[in-house]
Design a protein around this ligand. Structure first.
Ligand SMILES: C[S@@+](CC[C@H](N)C(=O)[O-])C[C@H]1O[C@@H](n2cnc3c(N)ncnc32)[C@H](O)[C@@H]1O
Length: 377
């Protein structure tokens, strides 16, 4: 049974319709020589190739093999590894093979999802996943479909922010990492780009550190993905990160994340804020400058305006500290109302006098001092 299933996997891997395949996990009593392998077709200058990325738990290794005998031999080597799971997607079928404790094959086949229609109205309607939702990673880290979609959208924004050539090693911190869905997904995505990646997840909760460390061990990436229990404002990291991530860190924890990113001189920062109480509380009970009284008269309007003002001031402060900043929606608001993303790239450009004056006049007109400003002082 297992041999038949592996023969079917082999045929799909070598067929022209292959989109992507991932092997991971291990069979009972066996340990593959690599923790994970990913196979996908690529087109290089020399023509079509099969790209095989294997990960030995410390770093990914990429090779591109020519179709024909070279690809067949490389695929046979991979199929001989005692992986516990294979997930293969082609343009017509998705096949999942799981090897049971008894060494038998459990195969699930489904028709491939139809390719989304191209956008016709200028909006990005692309539905494809950056990280395959069938990736065995998700079996270990858990999370529901909505969380997967959110994480994938965040990764998409990350992909759009990073340059094509990444530093290696690439040092990453995920601040307020919680259950570490993003931490692991970012690691998997970045390691798949062929660079060595070191990620630290930071959360104030010790129980999260213990849980997440155990997950890293199960995924075979505990040397590269580590966790620290501590506060964002005080945590000390084993390195100065190139990339700072913060997804829905509560209230001013987002400000702390941005302040640390500036302090670490991180090259890239992506922060999706959560609730905003700091500026909202400062606006409450004080008159708005004329003629903007209507903006804060009603509680709901004041709250929404406070959200906008908070993130505008965050963007302005990052700009004053040498970052080029974009504020975008990283996912449709139907998925999460907290869908705004501040993404910043360090340029070290000093602020202009006009930028400085604009910031000062905005904060003094509204009588607010953002938490981030105090942290950056
Ligand atoms: C809403 S959860 C988001 C978790 C994760 N980033 C995600 O999107 O799935 C916010 C997390 O930030 C952590 N947190 C809040 N304030 C923090 C601080 N000052 N330092 C460290 N962690 C903090 C909380 O413990 C919680 O796990």
């Amino acid at each position: 049974m297992l041999d038949d299933a592996l023969t079917e996997v082999r045929e799909l891997l070598l067929a022209p319709g292959l989109t992507r395949a991932v092997a991971a996990g291990r069979r009972r009593g066996f340990t593959p020589s690599v923790t994970r392998a990913e196979v996908r077709p690529v087109t290089l200058k020399g023509g079509p190739r099969l790209q095989i990325v294997t990960d030995d738990g410390s770093r990914p290794f990429t090779r591109n093999v020519a179709p024909g005998a070279e690809a067949s031999a490389a695929i046979d080597e991979l199929l001989a590894e005692p992986f516990g799971n294979w997930h293969v997607s082609t343009d017509t079928v998705t096949l999942q093979l799981r090897v049971t404790k008894k060494g038998e094959a459990q195969v699930h086949r489904a028709a491939a999802a139809p390719t989304p229609a191209p956008a016709t109205d200028g909006h990005d309607r692309q539905k494809q996943w950056l990280l395959d939702p069938g990736d065995p990673l998700f079996e270990v880290i858990g999370g529901n479909a909505a969380k997967r979609r959110q994480i994938d959208a965040f990764l998409r924004a990350l992909a759009a922010t990073l340059p094509s050539e990444l530093p290696s090693p690439l040092r990453v911190v995920d601040l307020g990492c919680g259950n570490a869905y993003l931490t692991f997904a970012a690691y998997r995505y970045l390691a798949g780009r062929g660079v060595s990646v070191q990620v630290v997840g930071v959360d104030v909760r010790e129980d999260q550190r213990v849980r997440n460390t155990a997950v890293a061990e199960r995924l075979g990436c505990a040397d590269d993905v580590t966790f620290v229990a501590g506060t964002i404002e005080e945590v000390s990291l084993p390195f100065e990160p190139d990339l700072v991530l913060a997804l829905h860190a509560c209230d001013t924890a987002t400000d702390q994340a941005l302040a640390r990113a500036v302090e670490w001189r991180a090259q890239w920062t992506l922060a999706a804020p959560c609730c905003h109480h700091d500026i909202a509380a400062q606006l409450k009970g004080r008159p708005a400058p004329a003629p903007f009284g209507e903006l804060t008269r009603h509680a709901i309007m004041r709250e929404r305006f406070a959200d906008v003002l908070t993130d505008s001031l965050r963007a302005a402060l990052l700009r004053l500290n040498g970052y080029k900043v974009e504020v975008v929606e990283f996912i449709d608001s139907a998925h999460t109302p907290r869908n705004l993303l501040l993404r910043a790239r360090r340029t070290s450009t000093p602020p202009t006098e006009a930028q400085q004056a604009e910031y000062e006049s905005l904060t003094s007109e509204w009588g607010v001092t953002p938490a981030l400003e105090k942290m950056l002082r």
